[in-house]
Design a protein around this ligand. Sequence first.
Ligand SMILES: C[S@@+](CC[C@H](N)C(=O)[O-])C[C@H]1O[C@@H](n2cnc3c(N)ncnc32)[C@H](O)[C@@H]1O
Length: 284
Amino acid sequence: MVYTRGLGPRAERRGGSSPLSGTNEIFRVRVWRPPKPWRRRISIPTKIIVLPARRSRASLDEGGSPAPKTNMDMKKYFKQYIEAVTNPLPEMADYFDLENHYLKDLVSIKKDALDVGCGNGRNMKFLAPYCKEIVGIDYDRRMIAAAKRNLEGVKNAKFLQANFFTRRFPHNYDLVFASYNLLGSSEMLVDQGLSVLRRMVKFTKPGGRTVAAVWSDTGINFARKYYTSIGITVDTIKGNNVITDFGIFRRFTRNELHKMAKGLGKSHKVLSLTPLFYILDIEV
Ligand SMILES: C[S@@+](CC[C@H](N)C(=O)[O-])C[C@H]1O[C@@H](n2cnc3c(N)ncnc32)[C@H](O)[C@@H]1O
């Protein structure tokens, strides 16, 4: 139990890593203060109780609940991400190239695309000349600013600084994709990956495709080299979870991806363009 002073009664906050367990679980901190008559007579310290977050799967699926705020240093995370995509390791550069070409084959100048968690718009920049319109959504203002700079003058590119869990779209898209392990990123709780995927399918036109690229279990040995190269410290690797000073980054197995897609009742395939990533491609 943690004891503290100074916070008002009933104060509650949400955060990323639990200060007690050191895990990536979302937690609520409720401050308990002794009733007033006691406080007048004796000095009892305020008690902070750490509880699991109150979060309903249903409301997430409805898009009614925002993604949990983490206590990650987003400025640092942004710098590390930019480093990873602008000076990629050769293995990453190879993968990025193959991924872009895979996505390119799913669009045409008559089709539109939505990039979920677009980051600096690296996929958007490659795909824009081949699409009717491409929209990038990212909740981080630095990412959206970087994407706008990256695609300056690209007329068919649009940007939304918004949370994908809560944002509604006026129409659906031919291609909805999320690259670079959004489903298993440290910003997602374990079951949120599936919610993202479900929402991606929801905003895909009938006959369109939902595509998610995720780190694969087969590339787990690359994790230390990769994170070290961008200044993230790997604490331990437990199964397919890479535990770092920036939270837990998940790797997926083929079976997990098949199971997720089957749960959505859609036909799909899982591809491995290089040993590092899987691509889950769902026909909607
Ligand atoms: C690992 S980066 C990938 C960026 C880009 N897709 C790429 O491949 O280079 C994940 C991105 O998703 C964004 N993101 C995470 N959760 C989000 C959410 N709920 N809504 C919108 N963006 C989100 C982050 O801000 C980050 O830019």
